[in-house]
Write a protein that binds this ligand. Structure first.
Ligand code: ADP
Ligand code: MG
Length: 260
């Protein structure tokens, strides 16, 4: 049918690729069901829109560089009773991101800080927001490299543009003053502009030492915590869950700083 081919070409040319692909099948289905014209049109446009949304989400997930795709639904809240599930549910509405507020997960290794950060990110990506994931060590390495190549200003956009920036694993790497200043500048520039989700195994009182400068640490925390949701997880590591169950109880090595 010449008309059918023409219609398919027009859809293609206008960028409605999925509708073009599914035109035959949708038409056949619609004829069989004796649908109205408007119902046919609506179905065709809906499949196009659904596919577009899916592709957009997939692209945003890739660009976010998340380490995995774990969701909040996969988080076992019963295992971690120190977390108030209502608080996480409230964060999952993403009102925090609309208000450019920060979320800070504190706690020892293995309690689910990264999982929860990624879970919130997945929720945000689904709703159309943009996210970028990094950990403190990667962030500092990347910024210093850009600085050496005189590309810091351009690189900076990667960290300023996304609606949510995740900075994972703050506390493992001790920063020198110059590095702390880079982080401080980032925190200042995102302040009240875009959310940061940060995870740390250290208490805020340790940040002076972590940043090798208590003045910078205080100024940084002042901005980070001004509009922030702090979730302090005081529980067992999930990584040892099964080993605990089977009766092999391990004590964490002494060099892993536990939160008091
Ligand atoms: P952290 O970042 O605090 O060190 P992770 O979020 O990386 O911990 O968690 C370690 C592993 O255990 C991950 O595979 C994570 O998905 C899983 N995990 C941690 N807590 C839970 C939980 N309460 N329910 C389900 N999985 C969990
Ligand atoms: Mg982690």
């Amino acid at each position: 049918m010449v008309e059918l081919e023409h219609a398919r070409d027009l859809l293609e040319n206008m960028g409605l690729k999925t509708a073009a692909e599914l035109l035959d099948a949708q038409l056949e289905r619609s004829l069989k069901a004796e649908e109205t014209y408007i119902a046919f049109l609506l179905e065709l446009l809906t499949v196009e829109e659904t596919e577009r949304k899916r592709r957009g989400e997939e692209m945003r997930i890739k660009l976010s560089r998340l380490p995995h795709r774990k969701t909040l639904g996969e988080f076992d809240f019963d295992f971690q009773p120190s977390i108030d599930k209502r608080q996480i549910d409230e964060l999952a509405t993403l009102a925090f991101a609309a208000r450019a507020e920060n979320v800070i997960f504190l706690g020892p290794p293995g309690v689910g800080k990264t999982h929860l950060a990624v879970g919130l990110a997945m929720q945000a990506l689904k709703s159309g927001l943009t996210v970028y994931y990094t950990n403190l060590s990667q962030l500092i390495t990347d910024m210093k490299k850009a600085q050496e190549l005189n590309r810091l200003e351009r690189r900076w956009r990667v960290y300023l543009k996304p609606d949510i920036l995740i900075i994972d694993e703050v506390g493992y790497l001790q920063l020198d003053r110059k590095e702390a200043q880079l982080l401080f500048r980032l925190v200042c520039e995102r302040y009240e502009q875009g959310s940061i989700i940060l995870t740390s195994n250290k208490y805020f009182s340790d940040w002076g030492e972590l940043m090798s400068d208590s003045v910078i640490a205080t100024a940084m925390l002042d901005r980070l915590l001004h509009h922030a949701h702090v979730i302090n997880i005081r529980g067992d590591t999930y990584r040892l869950k099964n080993r605990r169950k089977s009766g092999v109880i391990l004590t964490p090595p002494a060099d892993i700083p536990a939160l008091k």
